[in-house]
Design a protein around this ligand. Sequence first.
Ligand code: F0G
Length: 455
Amino acid sequence: MNSSSTSVPQVRQADFQFRCIACGHLSDSASQDFRCTDNDCRDLLEITYPAWKQKPEPEQLTSLWRNRRILMNDDDLSGVWRFRELLPGVDEAQIVTLREGNTPLYELPRCARTLGMPQLLAKHQGMNPTGSFKDTGMTVAATFARRAGFRWVACASTGNTSASMAAYAARGGMRSLVLVPEGKISWSKLSQALDYGALTCQLRTDFDGCLRLLQELVLRAPVYQLNSINPFRLEGQKTIALELLEQLEWTPPDHIIVPGGNLGNSSAIGKALVEMRDLGLISQLPKLSVIQAAGANALARTVRAGGKQLISVQPDTRATAIRIGNPASWKKAVGVLEATGGACEEVSEIEIAQAKAEIGAEGIGCEPASAVTLAGLKKLLQRKFVKPDETVVLVLTGHSLKDPDYTIDFHRGELFQGTQDENAAAALNPLRRPPIVLDATLDAVLSTLEQAEKS
Ligand code: F0G
């Protein structure tokens, strides 16, 4: 489709450079592993926009973005590319898009009431085209992969990145290679990669092993890597925060709470918040807090030990999306925690299961990794880091249908069977709604209904 950009005010598109997060080295191009090539630095890169020194007027940007919501071009229909002034610039015709973003901001009234809060909000990234927040970053990174002429793209994944990458590669006419840990990702996510035609390899290792191998592979083969080490991914994921602030009419919430796995998403959202503050789009920074599963708590440990060196762990959690022990973007995440004054918490398997059931009971639902945000909020309230009257937004990262086995195991009472949490899990029984097998008679259904009404 042709752009109708003549009908909207012109704001210059952003030109970008790569900057090393450790030594600050600037360059116009990046190596295939997206690591700093200056001396032996090898740290991660981020994208920076020198042109922003001539700052666009915040009101001009916000009205431009608002007006685009009624336009029908590919780059305006996307909830990511609509914010293109804060993204690396491409022509509309080059964009690989599935109309990502544009996700709802819901109230969680029952959870709020239970926690004694007047209001609690959830930004549901599970409402993206492949069911997770990964699509917001993938549209940008896949666009740059295709623009650079790559035939193959690849990622290591706990499931969602691979589902998203496979879809965007297919849309962009590229082939995709998926490396996932064997037996440790949900069937729903694996099935998406297969459905979208990826070459899918289940490796006998964990996510960290898959990512290590991928980093070596991209230096040996002409394959474009689409993990969140790729800084284009994080640029796209910034729009989660931009869209959230637009939905809040540019009044920043007091807190934003995200799950932490490989730590790309927290880094992206934190980068967006700092950029919005620097551009005058918001007057103060929300505190960005990161929540991890206690069994995969590398960042929580790292922060407790002063944040200077990564303390990696042997990960173990049923929230398989965040079953990561050696998070690649830990330094970026420590940086955004410091910049925004956020906290890092860890939550138990029981706490995750409870929070997931509570979000499900709001009629929204999410995958287990997303539910750590509500479980973490409870802890942050307990330690008075969050006050009940403050505005809090939970970022729900994945759709409930991403991991139906978890939900079914929970409601059937099988999630904790044979684990050390088996006895403690009895406390969750009031939240369970197991399916009931009945004879196909009216009496059987009526008496079940009566019993349910009494309980
Ligand atoms: N929530 C969900 C549903 C995820 O899939 C992930 C990461 C996270 C949270 C954590 O985000 O890694 O940016 O800190 N999933 C990756 C994957 C690792 O391969 O799908 P992060």
